[in-house]
Design a protein around this ligand. Structure first.
Ligand code: 2P0
Length: 338
């Protein structure tokens, strides 16, 4: 294929896991050790990406928020495009421009929204029409968590068991409209780059942590419980599961050797604060979860959102608090960035 003007634009939103992905069953294929569950965020945490394949491009180029990307970021996008080029039988290089609605300096840079948007834009630019399942399988080759951002609402990324990964894909388990009351209050503690990347971190954990095997033994039960609570939209059941799952993953990180420590003092102060808040209400009004970093994602409901935000702002070391709702999966747009 050598069409000129092979250009497409897509948007995707970040997702925050309530059952975490940490560890792979196959590193070369990027297959996760366990299934994970997340909510896709709204446009507060969104990436829009335009891809154009053209004979005029001498090499792949990538700009992020109007500036040329770092060489390693461009190389990662280029490697991903190689997969799409192979699928489409396209040899042309591409110009990629990407824009985030959230400031990168907020420490919210998300490979999930980035690779979900890139997968959707690049395949459409090549004229390949993928279903959601296939798009999630493609996006996960860029970044595991990107598979979940292909869908909106509440999403499960199934680890599967087959060697080739044909049964490893994401799917929506509860639609966005069922979660209009749910909010994620995000407390930014540190906006710097993480000390150790997710991929390297999870490899160290899987290789060295004894707790990691115990995590994998018990996670099936937690996933079943979480799916039941999500199906019933039962926040009282979801909240403790969310917080204990986050703690469980961070315990395996701490148990790794050398230890992997993403949480910082304000992260622990936030945990204490949320437990105080829940105790004061006599029920769960908020549930924290932490990814590979110190920033807190606090799931709460519209009714308690202002109280939760005020509580988070009162914690020493919290730089800013933003808040978002539940959003959609990948979308094609006609508003090209160039
Ligand atoms: C998750 N994380 O389920 C878990 C929880 C971090 C902790 O998926 O390849 O974004 O570094 O972009 O997929 C982080 O890993 O990995 C992740 P890379 P990815 O959300």
């Amino acid at each position: 294929m050598d069409l000129e003007g092979m250009k497409a634009t897509a948007s995707a939103r970040s997702n925050i896991a309530i059952i975490k992905y940490w560890g792979m069953r196959d590193y070369s294929l990027g297959l996760p050790s366990n299934s994970s569950i997340s909510f896709t965020m709204d446009d507060t945490l969104s990436t829009t990406t335009t891809v154009e394949f053209s004979r005029k491009c001498p090499r792949d180029s990538l700009s992020i928020d109007g500036r040329p990307a770092e060489p390693n970021e461009t190389a990662r996008a280029s490697q991903f495009l190689n997969i799409v080029r192979k699928m489409a039988g396209v040899r042309m290089r591409a110009k990629i421009a990407s824009r985030n609605t959230f400031p990168r300096s907020a420490g919210m840079a998300s490979s999930a929204s980035a690779f979900a948007a890139l997968a959707c834009a690049a395949t459409n630019a090549c004229g390949i029409k993928l279903g959601g399942k296939e798009l999630s399988q493609l996006a996960m080759l860029g970044s595991g968590s990107a598979s979940r951002s292909v869908f909106g609402g509440c999403v499960e990324w199934r680890a599967g068991a087959k060697a080739g990964g044909s049964d490893c894909y994401a799917r929506q388990i509860s639609k966005k409209e069922d979660w209009a009351h749910l909010r994620n209050a995000i407390a930014i503690v540190d906006s710097g780059k993480k000390a150790i990347g997710s991929r390297e971190g999870m490899e160290i954990t899987a290789r060295t942590s004894e707790l990691f095997a115990a995590r994998l033994k018990t996670i099936g039960k937690r996933i079943a419980e979480m799916k039941g609570a999500v199906a019933r939209r039962d926040f009282q059941k979801m909240a403790p599961l969310i917080m204990r799952e986050s703690a469980n993953m961070h315990a395996t990180m701490l148990d790794s050797w050398p230890p992997i420590i993403y949480l910082k003092e304000p992260s622990f102060a936030i945990m204490r604060k949320i437990h105080e808040l829940n105790s004061a209400h006599g029920k769960y009004v908020a549930a924290y979860t932490f990814d590979a970093g110190p920033n807190a994602h606090v799931y709460t409901t519209k009714r308690h959102e202002n109280d939760v935000i005020a509580a988070l702002r009162g914690v020493g070391g919290v730089k800013r608090v933003l808040s978002c709702g539940i959003g959609d999966g990948t979308k094609i747009s006609e508003n090209h960035l160039f």
